[in-house]
Write a protein that binds this ligand. Structure first.
Ligand SMILES: Cc1ncc(COP(=O)(O)O)c(C=O)c1O
Length: 381
């Protein structure tokens, strides 16, 4: 555990608490609550004794039905045909289940860099090795680099699209190439799609689990945390090949026994509303994004803002020699704004920051991003 990084959100959270009034562009959260119908369903379930009992490990039938319907409609993934669905306590747990289910200690898992830090942490905790593969200057996948990174110990390649921390959306052609490569080389393709509904402009999300021949080697991870404001309810789910059923069931039974029942009841009601709930917030989020990107672009050429067509992040590249942690600390202490330094996402060289704007409302965005732009100018020059 000593070798595993301290969760950066915690580190920045402590710093923010010591400097009240700081505007956080740090944590990857949305500003909206769960749908009212989900909360009503949870309230109605409270008196039912079944709510307080152990239930099926894989998830409640009503939620599993809603997930099956959603996967068919939104992702093009048919369930029950060589694959299974398991409800988990969020997307993070689905990833941990996956790693425990498919690896032995000493195995390797390929993560394109920058990566979502909890993915690396999970791989390391399982006694496996994270193999870091660079992306290009637009944070898109470098297929040749991924191919070169494969060794006899490789078990899986992870893709996250729309991406945290970069906001990049991978085109279908890249995802098909990764999925094909995994099939040819006997690897799993782990596809984290927790930001599936968060795309802007012409960008569209594609699910690798829907590709022909993908079922036997593709593990697709989803979550209600962002889409339905469900972060505290802890509901995610995974679609995985049938051949892994015993392994994944063992992990689930040991770690979670069964997903929290009242959260599942709320989750089923939220899924019944579907992506229209998320989409109702997208125009406002797109406005916030426009303001954030336009303001950050005023920092060019001191900073570069690569395309960020998805999720609610962008990954700022500083074209100057500076220590990212030092800059992040000064931004909080001297300018009252928090961003996450790039090294938390596996970027070892250079100075990068993730800017998260999902929690901002239009009223606060100008102030927050204004502080960041002024602060970066002052700290970096
Ligand atoms: C890429 C990615 N995957 C998974 C998660 C986990 O979310 P949760 O465990 O709340 O579903 C996050 C949360 O920030 C994320 O950014």
């Amino acid at each position: 555990m000593d070798a595993i990084q301290t969760p950066i959100v915690q580190v920045m959270g402590d710093l923010i608490r010591r400097h009240p009034g700081t505007i956080s562009l740090g944590q990857g959260v949305v500003h909206y609550p769960p749908p009212a119908a989900a909360l009503d369903a949870a309230r109605r379930a409270l008196p039912d004794p079944e709510t307080h009992a152990y239930q099926d490990g894989a998830g409640q039938p009503a939620l599993l039905d809603a997930i099956g319907e959603k996967l068919r409609r939104d992702n093009g993934i048919e369930t029950g045909r060589g694959n299974r669905v398991m409800v988990t306590a969020g997307g993070n747990m689905a990833f941990v289940h996956t790693i425990l289910g498919i690896t032995e200690p000493g195995d390797e898992v390929i993560l394109p860099v920058p990566f979502y830090f909890n993915h690396e942490m999970a791989i390391d905790m399982a006694g496996c090795t994270t193999v870091r593969v660079p992306t290009d200057d637009r944070y898109q996948l470098d297929l040749d680099a991924i191919r070169r990174a494969i060794t006899p110990r490789t078990r899986a390649i992870v893709t996250v699209t729309p991406n945290n921390p970069t906001g990049a959306v991978y085109p279908e052609s890249s995802l098909r190439a990764v999925n094909r490569l995994c099939r040819e080389r006997g690897l799993y393709h782990i596809s984290d799609e927790v930001y599936e509904y968060f795309t802007y402009g012409d960008a569209t999300h594609v699910s690798p689990g829907a590709f022909d021949g993908a079922t036997d080697h593709t593990i697709s991870l989803f979550s209600l945390s962002k889409s339905h404001g469900f972060a505290g309810w802890r509901i995610g789910y995974m679609v995985y090949p049938e051949g892994l059923a015993d392994s994944i069931a063992k992990v689930q039974d040991t770690v979670l026994v069964c997903p929290t029942v009242i959260s599942q009841v709320a989750g089923a009601a939220a899924m019944e509303i579907g992506p229209s709930y998320t989409r109702s917030f997208m125009p406002a989020l797109a406005d916030v994004r426009d303001i954030v990107l336009a303001q950050l672009r005023t920092l060019e050429p001191l900073c570069t803002v690569p395309p960020a067509d998805g999720a609610f992040y962008c990954f700022l590249r500083v074209n100057a020699d500076a220590d990212p942690m030092n800059v992040a600390e000064r931004l909080v202490k001297e300018h009252g704004v928090a961003v996450i330094p790039g090294h938390a996402f596996g970027v070892k060289e250079g100075c990068y920051f993730r800017v998260a704007y999902g929690a901002l409302q239009k009223e606060t965005v100008a102030e927050g991003i204004g502080r960041l732009v002024r602060g970066l100018r002052e700290v970096l020059t």
